[in-house]
Design a protein around this ligand. Structure first.
Ligand code: 5AD
Ligand code: SF4
Length: 438
């Protein structure tokens, strides 16, 4: 076969998977692959999967069923499952779906080029070890092509917290931080390629220990990079919000005023059963301290409804906590029993009860989100424009507070942080007028 081969990658789950997918495509670049956004044209299809809830995992199998006929059209097509379902289910995936040629866990994707060669020779491969070598050190440095203004950068992976509901410690392994020097070099490369905003990623990012002053130290060193204008990080655990990081929110202008700080439940009884190791009151006091450092900070959280043993009173405690905090956004999920986790052993809450609670919680979250969005009208905010909008002459970007913002403006402003006066609040975005670029 001659010429370039094409890889199609479909990404499920969290932002870390988005980052991993980019790196996998880049790694295959050395094997002569280019990315395509059409599965029908591909020589290799990768599904980069998520195992966090049952629905997320099941999606993979239905997608594999849909992809199967493509192998009849192109017998050389190779299909791989990567990410967290690959890690959790391993060989079982090939047993259930013989159409799969490669099963590759999230800690081993630096070996993708090797596996691509094996597949080309007609072999199949399963690689779900936690290898001794570090994938980030093994991967080649990133290509210097021009990039979109906002990028993700993984700095930490894995989790040692063992929340009773969560598969992450099993799929992503123990906490592991990349050294600050490696992160700073990658960030500089991204900025050289046109990136203006970096979101630092980690399953437990504020437990980052690749810098002698922790995540706060990394944020401050990143802030010294000329041309990098905005820094964000996600996802954080309340118990790892230390004083230095809170202080950085107060005095590091490049650190954006938005913090995703999942609490999961407002009930102390459920928090204990979840092994979260803090109370609702401790969380509320932490929020007070963060707001004292940065009064305009926007907060968001994740909530699980129907954790085993959750009563109406526990559910009410979650609603009360949401009322007390006033979130700018939040994400809520029905509890999903995950194989191998401690909570999966316990009797589940009835599905209709879960539905009812999810509905109540989502209604409250939506009300808060609307109120916060409406309170932005009349305010002036920074917006990093990222692309053109659907209407002619429109550009779209993200505000300091992570709201999507539309404005009339020249597409030459894409990649710049501009001052925008917010004039209207829609269901999922804000509209505004340019005041001038900063
Ligand atoms: N069931 C439902 N939601 C879950 N999450 C994690 N594990 C589960 C589960 N077993 C949610 C948590 C977490 C988010 C990423 O997904 O709220 O913060
Ligand atoms: Fe899904 Fe968690 Fe894996 Fe991200 S780390 S893809 S959320 S299971």
């Amino acid at each position: 076969m001659s010429g370039l081969k094409k890889v199609f990658i479909k990404t499920y789950g969290c932002q870390m998977n988005v980052y991993d997918s980019e790196r996998m495509v880049e790694a295959l670049g050395g094997q002569g692959y280019v990315e395509t956004n059409r599965a029908e044209d591909a020589d290799m299809i990768l599904l980069n999967t998520c195992h966090i809830r049952e629905k997320a995992a099941e999606k993979v199998y239905s997608e594999l069923g849909r992809l199967k006929p493509l192998k009849q059209i192109n017998p050389d097509l190779k299909i791989g499952v990567t990410g967290c379902v690959a890690q959790a289910e391993g060989e079982e995936i090939m047993r259930r779906m013989p159409v799969v040629d490669l099963v590759l866990g999230p800690q081993s994707y630096h070996r993708l080029p090797e596996h691509a060669r094996e597949l080309a020779e007609g072999r199949k491969a399963v690689d779900t070890e936690f290898p001794a070598e570090d994938k980030f050190t093994e991967l080649k440095s990133r290509p210097l092509t021009r990039r979109a203004p906002a990028a993700f950068l993984t700095v930490q992976e894995g989790c040692d917290k063992f929340c009773a509901f969560c598969v992450v410690p099993y799929t992503r392994g123990a906490e592991n931080s990349r050294p600050a020097t490696a992160v700073l070099a990658e960030a500089q490369g991204l900025v050289d390629a046109g990136v203006r905003e970096i979101t630092l990623l980690g399953q437990n990012v504020n437990a980052y220990h690749g810098h002698d002053r922790g995540l706060a130290g990394l944020v401050r060193d990143l802030a010294a990079i000329d041309g990098l204008e905005r820094i964000r990080y996600t996802t954080s655990h309340p118990n790892d919000m230390d004083d230095a990081l809170i202080a950085a929110h107060g005095d590091c202008a490049k650190l954006m005023p938005y913090l995703h700080l999942p609490v999961q439940s407002g009930s102390d009884r459920i928090l204990k059963a979840m092994n979260r190791k803090h109370s609702a009151e401790q969380y509320l006091r932490l929020i007070e301290r963060i707001r004292a450092a940065r009064p305009d900070i926007m907060l968001s959280s994740d909530f699980i409804v129907g954790f085993p043993g959750e009563t109406d009173a526990d559910h009410q405690a979650s609603l009360d906590l949401i009322e007390a905090v006033g979130y700018g956004a939040s994400f809520s999920f029905k509890y999903s029993a995950r194989p191998g986790t401690p909570a999966a052993e316990k009797a589940p809450v009835a599905d209709d009860v879960m539905d009812h609670r999810l509905h109540a919680l989502q209604a409250l979250i939506a009300r808060q989100q609307r109120a916060v969005q409406e309170s932005m009208v009349g305010r002036e905010v920074g917006v990093l424009f990222e692309k053109t909008g659907r209407m002619a002459g429109q550009i779209v970007g993200k505000s300091d507070y992570l709201h999507a913002v539309y404005a009339k403006g020249d597409k030459a402003l894409i990649g710049q942080v501009c001052r925008v006066r917010i004039t209207e609040s829609g269901p999922n975005s804000l509209g505004g007028e340019l005041v001038g670029s900063s």
